[in-house]
Design a protein around this ligand. Sequence first.
Ligand code: CO
Length: 136
Amino acid sequence: MAKLKKINHVAVVVEDIDQALKFWHDALGIAVDHVEDVPSQKAQVAFLPVGDSELELVKPTAPDTGAAKFLAERGGGMHHLCFEVDNLVEMLAELKAKEIRLINEEPIELPGRKMAFIHPKSTGGVLVELYQLTQP
Ligand code: CO
């Protein structure tokens, strides 16, 4: 049985990263590791490690993504929770067998990780992301 290892990150959708950092960095004191363009997700992402996990500030860079629609409809806010798993393919198969609705039935392969999302309809309204770290 596949296992969850830790919370990898919590993602917050923002309209403007510099503006958001006035709270998360300036007021709350979380250091910014780096800000990066993630073209595959049509987003700019600021990575703010906290202990063993990260806060990710996600600014959509195109209007046709889930995060962009979330921003347009709700003006930003907490977007998803990401768990690191030891075996993503196995985890997805187990969830499917339990009739959990998946957004990605197959992992999305990215450099250094694979990922998949679970549909909020099956989680009580929380968008859940699953990550498995792979060799870069
Ligand atoms: Co994420």
